[in-house]
Design a protein around this ligand. Structure first.
Ligand code: AMP
Length: 289
């Protein structure tokens, strides 16, 4: 595995791979890698010939009182995991490399970036879509891989690529979970032993809501309320939101049909955790994905 710290270096390595006839895959991450990230690497290795994984804790997607400084980092461990997983290039830019000047240009999805996580983190998605568009322009991959765990993020990036005619296919990879259902996340390290068992309530609330849908309920407000009660009643957990939204508009739906997302976010101690389930409702049928 090669390690590129500059944009020029990673572009050179990608250019060489392209000249050898290889297709390019990109997996953007903020590091502190876990099995969720490694599932993206595996998917990228299956779907493309030459895989670039980026590790960049992107300051512009953190709010002023968020965890940028304390975000967990362990590049030496990440390097080993990527090497073992068959990554071709680790792109490891510094903040100065990615942002040599204050940005005059940003990418922002009006509306879609202000709901759900965007309501409590108003500048978050502008940071995400801007840095992902930079990474796509830097590496020009055939395919870029994102986790379904960050469901709103994946939908925004898909829409950004569509709106701006960026010639990369966006591939979404299913959420990797712990044995008890908790979605794997670098931020799970913030959970204390006491808090950890309570963190599964996000997954449980989503599964119970799915069960309610399978029983034939089609009212978005009642299912969202059921999830809110379930999460709010859990000790040590503070609800941020629980919504049932259209996957096109990300707006809450009352009469449920077609492609929907059940999305939840909550604070457990210092950790802000998110999770979601994506379903398609066709008549009485509830289809995964
Ligand atoms: P992060 O390093 O948290 O910014 O995540 C980098 C990429 O990994 C994003 O596309 C995430 O959606 C994805 N990811 C994070 N956790 C998981 C998970 N548990 N399962 C699948 N993908 C994940």
């Amino acid at each position: 595995m090669r390690i590129a710290q500059s944009i020029a270096q990673v572009r050179q390595l990608v250019r060489e791979a392209r000249s050898a006839g290889k297709s390019i895959g990109l997996v953007p991450t903020m590091g502190y890698l876990h099995d969720g990230h490694l599932a993206l690497l595996k998917a990228a290795k299956t779907g493309t010939d030459f895989v670039v994984v980026s590790i960049f804790v992107n300051p512009t997607q953190f709010g002023p009182n968020e965890d940028f400084e304390n975000y967990p980092r362990d590049v030496a461990r990440d390097e080993t995991l990527l090497q073992d997983g068959g990554c071709d290039v680790l792109f490891l830019p510094s903040v100065e490399e990615m942002y040599p000047k204050p940005l005059a240009t940003t990418v922002e999805l009006a509306g879609l970036g202000q709901t759900l996580c965007g309501a409590s983190r108003p500048t978050h998605f502008r940071g995400v879509t801007t840095v992902v568009s930079k990474l796509l322009h830097i590496t020009m991959p055939d395919k870029a891989y994102f986790g379904q765990k960050d469901g709103q993020q994946a939908l925004l990036i898909q829409r950004m690529v569509f709106d701006l005619n960026i010639p990369s296919e966006i591939v979404t990879v299913p959420t990797v979970r712990e044995a008890d259902g908790l979605a794997k996340s670098s931020r799970n390290v913030y959970l204390t032993d006491e808090e950890r068992p309570h963190a599964t309530v996000l997954y449980k609330a989503l599964q119970e809501a799915k069960q309610t849908l399978m029983e034939g309920v089609r009212s978005g407000t009642s299912i969202a309320e059921e999830m809110r009660q379930r999460i709010a009643n859990e000790p040590m957990v503070v609800l941020d939101y629980a919504e049932v939204v259209s996957r096109d508009t990300l707006e809450p739906l009352e009469k449920l049909e077609g492609p929907i997302m059940l999305a939840v976010a909550a604070f457990v101690g210092k950790a802000r955790l998110i999770d979601n389930v994506q379903l398609t409702l066709v008549g009485d049928d509830v289809i995964e994905g």
